[in-house]
Design a protein around this ligand. Structure first.
Ligand code: MLT
Length: 207
């Protein structure tokens, strides 16, 4: 498998309904969310890169200075890098980029959010599990036509709910169709998250 700038996995699917771009959380890797991807849409091809930033031994998609405090210059650079990887992967594996949906968890959701806010997202729809606002100074592009499901929690010790709500409002003000669901759980994914995301993806499917 060619590297294309990121260690990654690509799982093709014959007559794929879509391609899911799987973006893991801190300490995850390219294998982490494959099972989740299959559970969310068994008909989807899966593209799963490993974040290139190391915090100790833990891969991430961008550098942070402390928990919830991000190196924003790095966020911008890494968002661009990941965007180029998606183009390269689409050419290499011949999946249509217009059918790409991002599925990110925690740090992976944050890089997906950054790509949307910076106008470099190649995906038009996204499922963001436990996302927060990754950038403070942003001139958000139009996100009309983009569809975003955010799944956040009232008892998340890492992501303050008002922060996630603000991200949702920014997406919405930019024209995206946003659904923010707040679950009565914590930072870890639950079966309720998986079920909600699966239903949402099903409702978005273009046959
Ligand atoms: C981040 O660093 O992106 C967020 O704090 C979530 C995390 O990865 O812990």
């Amino acid at each position: 498998m060619a590297n294309l700038g990121f260690t990654h996995r690509f799982e093709p699917r014959e007559f794929a309904s879509r391609t899911l771009l799987l973006l893991h959380g801190t300490g995850g890797d390219e294998n982490d969310l494959l099972e989740l991807g299959r559970a969310l849409d068994s008909q989807a091809a899966l593209l799963s890169p490993r974040g290139k930033v190391l915090e100790g031994n833990a891969p991430r998609f961008f550098r942070r200075l402390a928990e919830g405090v991000f190196d924003e210059e790095d966020v911008v650079a890494r968002a661009g890098e990941l965007s180029s990887f998606i183009d390269a992967a689409s050419a290499e594996y011949k999946f249509p980029i217009q059918n790409l949906t991002a599925v990110g968890y925690s740090n992976g959701a944050n890089i997906a959010a950054a790509m949307l806010l910076l106008g470099v997202a190649k995906f038009r729809s996204a499922v963001l599990f436990r996302a927060m606002l990754p950038l403070s100074r942003i001139d958000v592009p139009s996100l009309t036509g983009y569809r975003i499901l955010m799944l956040n929690c009232s008892f998340d010790p890492i992501i303050p709910l008002p922060n996630a709500q603000r991200l949702g409002q920014i997406f919405q003000s930019a024209g995206a169709q946003v659904e923010l669901r707040i679950q009565p759980s914590g930072h870890e994914l639950t079966t309720a998250d998986v079920e909600a995301a699966r239903e949402w993806l099903r409702s978005q499917r273009v046959e």
